[in-house]
Write a new protein. Sequence first.
Length: 268
Amino acid sequence: MMYHLKFKKINKLLLLAGIIISEGLYAQQSIRFDRASQVFDFVELSFEMNDKPNDKFHLIKFDTITATDKKGNLLQDNHDAYNIYRRANILVRYEMPKEPLKSVNAEGIVKYFKPSGESNSYFILGKVKDLKKDMNLIDKNVLAKSPGLYFGIVSAESSSKTFKDFINHRASQNKKVDFNDYDLILAKTDNKEHEIIPVIPTMSDELDFGYNNLTLQDPKTRMIYTFYKIKQSMTAEERGNIPLELLIENEESVQKIPFDFKNFQVKQ
């Protein structure tokens, strides 16, 4: 009888330990598999973060991700979804396998970017009219650690010189390009370790602002130029009053969160 009671007590302890461990694992798992869908000729996987505000101070992107079918075959990334920081959910797309895909496994690491002034990853630059063009606007403290970074407002004149061949090529196709038509021109370095994200706070902190935008890369410097149309028929005064903030990814502001999901059903 005493042995039976001890056995029951051990069982209860093991059950309690199992519950504590599973709750601990669940608590560490801050990433939620939102959905897996078959869309036209590709499979789209969507992930979200649990219980985090949807704003510019809580951003996520993939560090690594591997997806397989139920037999363990790797799905082939179709590179149609850009791996950039987003406020809400992040997406990845894979080519449709030959055999029908009913479930999918996915594992990897998500980077959780929480920019702040304390970690030298969040900066209020001010209004465009108060900032010099064609010069590096990144804080000196950041450049001291990462001297290769660049972010700046670019003049239409400078852009025209940089992309003279592009303008001439489009002109030969009867497609007019006038960089003076854009409301804002920004340039930044293409750096995977320190992603640079401009933000216009008056536009609900959108990371992807503007419409009919144009992105070009200087083949010589590898600098990325983005030409923004913020508003239709924007006046010179309105252009000068555009406020700018800057997010710069660094080690202090990024947390890496692993995830591992099995047998997630694919919606047809």
